[in-house]
Design a protein around this ligand. Sequence first.
Ligand SMILES: NC(=O)c1ccc[n+]([C@@H]2O[C@H](COP(=O)([O-])OP(=O)(O)OC[C@H]3O[C@@H](n4cnc5c(N)ncnc54)[C@H](O)[C@@H]3O)[C@@H](O)[C@H]2O)c1
Ligand SMILES: [Fe+2]
Length: 377
Amino acid sequence: MNRLDTPISMVRPGQIEFGVGTASRLGAWAQAKGYRRILVISDAFNATRTDVLGLVGNVVVFGDIKAEPDTGDLDRVLQAAKSAEADLIVGFGGGSAMDLAKLATVLVGSSQALADVVGAGKVAGPGPAALAQVPTTSGTGSEAGIRALVTDPATQAKMAVESIHMLADIAVIDPSLTFSVPPQVTAATGVDAMAHCVEAFTSRKSHPAVDLYALEGIRLVGRFLARAVADGSDAEARAGLSLASLYGGYCLGPVNTAGGHALAYPLGTRWHVPHGAANALIFPHVLAFNQPAVPEKTAAVLEALNLKPSDDIFGIFGATHGFCAGLGIEMKLSALGVPKADLPTMADDAFAIRRLLDNNPRELARDDILKIYETAF
Ligand SMILES: NC(=O)c1ccc[n+]([C@@H]2O[C@H](COP(=O)([O-])OP(=O)(O)OC[C@H]3O[C@@H](n4cnc5c(N)ncnc54)[C@H](O)[C@@H]3O)[C@@H](O)[C@H]2O)c1
Ligand SMILES: [Fe+2]
């Protein structure tokens, strides 16, 4: 827990456009900046509607990003970026497309390879192209941050690259782009956005300058997630979630996540559970486990979610588990195709993610992690 007098460094995209119908502002911005060769990095769904961005000039669309991308996906993106010789790279999609757009921006035309830049601050300098991010899910907050995640197929682990040179020049956050996200994905990615806020808020590295965004992000999810799940075209609810996701991104930069994400990662890397679904399933377990270390902040989380106050582990678990299950989220590991025999290996993998576990307010031993997986099974 940091105090207000602890130094902190915060960054934001150079410009943020927010609101229903703002997508085409990207085209106007790009034109004003004089960008004529544009590469849009996207997934199969969003690649079919890049016209909403209003881009003019020589626009090339790479539309093959799959969820939870690995280094093979990155190589294909870099090939496309090399031949496009773009002066503007646009990430158009969820966290997967936006993260690969970040990496393309700094790796294309660089003498550095991915292996040289994994970690924090290893990217030598800015790339030749500007970067724009346009999120189409409300979850990762990747549009606001300086981190990109890509899976190493050999180890199945997520590699994190962090660099100020991957900060977007502009983020265009148009909640109407998320209307088409199916209810289940809306629920899971919404809880992911909230988990970014909760984990930063309760982190050992939490900071009062970020707590404000964290709490408001949690409140927005508490207020709007059920509405957006029930009616995907509820513009106000979608806007609330887009803002929560952005605020989650503000939390990820200077503070980052902790135990919840560390325990969720093996579900994705080993069993291809989508990032949001994995985090939603783990969230109540780690929140309850951490309570003894951060009782006041845990109480504030329940209050922000408008859940029944409780100061015992079972009450906290019950309330937050009920919140997630009520959104239709699958809360049993066994139902997600994870075999019981893999739980010990998953616990080893999670325990090795020191960059996140070291932020957790309460020490999570390898056996604590295994116990959580067994309970969740
Ligand atoms: N950089 C960061 O700070 C950060 C933070 C959290 C997660 N991540 C990463 O982000 C990735 C997950 O991102 P995500 O949860 O946004 O999902 P995603 O980008 O993987 O997309 C999931 C699926 O949803 C589809 N989709 C996207 N937008 C849609 C829309 N509007 N309507 C219908 N379908 C749509 C995509 O085609 C894809 O099939 C993971 O790789 C994760 O590690 C990054
Ligand atoms: Fe996340």
